[in-house]
Design a protein around this ligand. Sequence first.
Ligand code: F6R
Length: 609
Amino acid sequence: MCGIIGFIGGEQAAPILLGGLKKLEYRGYDSAGIAILENGQIDIAKSKGRLEILYDKIDGGRSFHGTAGIGHTRWATHGEPSDANSHPHRSRSGKFAIVHNGIIENYATLKAQLQDKGCEFASETDTEVIAHLLEQNDTGDLLETIRRTVAQLEGSYALGILSEEHPDEIACVRCASPLIVALSDGGNFIASDVTAVLPYTRHIYQLDDGEIALLRRDDVTVYNAEGRRIEKELKTITWSVAAAEKGGYEHFMLKEIMEQPQAISATISPRIGNDGRIVLDGISLTKEELKAFHRIFILACGSAYHVGVVGKYVIEEVARIPVEVDIASEFRYRMPLVDERSLVLIISQSGETADTLAALREAKSRGARVLSIVNVVGSTIASESDDVLYTWAGPEISVATTKAYSTQLTLIYLLAFYIADALGRVDTLTLRHALNELIALPDQIQKILDQAPQIEQFAQRLCYLDHAYFIGRNLDYAVALEASLKLKEISYIHSEAYAAGELKHGTISLIEPGTFVAALACCERLFDKTVSNIREVKARGAQVLCVTQQGNEAAAQQADHVFYVPRTYPLFMPSIEVVPMQLLGYYAAKARGCDIDKPRNLAKSVTVE
Ligand code: F6R
């Protein structure tokens, strides 16, 4: 996710900002920039690519004079990585410069209004609208100008702001994006997280939503959203630099698991219009084109393929179009029956996976229309697709995917209902009910995350296992595939996933006294069937954990342990039940002392065949 740093103090700001950006590199970025305010004039330097390019461009900051400034590492969302799209962005006359982390959901409307008033845009970003709005709302009072501006914004933002008319101040404000203010004897800072300021200070204010801070060289004033001055508690950070990068969590994987509610919200909320219908920003498919597709092919690798397995069940049930889901490395060599009547859906977090990219090219060469679900803006898969839907998960650092998987799932649900709505295959009441449940998903997931300590306790018993089996039917089977992969890839416990009804056709011979079986039983209409399969393995001595919805008390009579999860719209249950499985894998691996964020033999982006 983008990184923000700002400084005002007694020393030259540029080298301090570059140093801060270096510390924020771990967050993931594709471009960087700084703005310095000196003698009432703002100077900006920015460039696509590694921080070193910016560093060389401005001679390590030595060619940029001034003791106040803001800096940014950008992780592209709106508009590809480029010099023009890099932050900071300027207002029309250039008197305001800003850096931004977050997503402005109503930026298209605001941009159109500003363009009507003659504003010209230098970038494709959502951020630039904020710079122009600041100038449009300028009252001469910086606090009031910011208040008027943020009142027009919908979405998430952490903003660092410079104004040529306020040369002794830097300002910041946040809403649903992280931002801290840090205080030191030599000056004051703003930052996305404490890693950027730890070389200077450990004293911080944690800004809450709506709060605005005005920083001067030797003092900081914080205001609430109504513009009233407030006293904040000054906190002292005791974390090491490594712990700070992980937001205090022991591993990136756990941090990313915990970030899922926000990532899912960010993925869903811009896509539900005021009229309660789905708006898919990256799609130019018309109703006629959608109607003409005979089949949808979902192509992906690993966990992204597991999302595809969920996708088959969901899209077929909601949109009533036949779906084939294929492992990309298999599809590319199997002479697939794909043509111009096929919609090919590619799923990839990195957007660079070699097999998935090859499958995309194979499908295109056969005339298929390609729609991709990707997390990295400007990646090769995104640029070679006809249409792209971005998951707003932010950079995923842990090799084992969690929040990217979850945001991919939410886009699958949205896509299924979008197609069904376009083709008149879902009634308004069902659509409305489903979307309400979708919007509530992050809160439901949070309830599971709050139970992490109990899951950790249970997982500690699993750490001595040699084998584990995950079973389920229908969507539960799709989640079993992912649950099994999560456990084995990071804990190195051998694990397999089976369609529960398939077990007795061979694999059940492996079940012996003490074998661990996790039975996923959230698919209500098949609950009794899965219970029969639980009985089968119990009869052979298996230790069974059953994951099912609250209220399914019958599960407790069959399994040795039950983990109850909240209910949601039945087709969205994978998003809920996968979370305890991610935590189970994580805590089992932790108890075994594994290198969780970098499991052996694995790479985050698999760019070789
Ligand atoms: C497992 C995992 C991998 C990826 C797979 C595809 O936790 O992360 O299985 O899902 O390598 O990667 P992307 O999504 O980048 O194409």
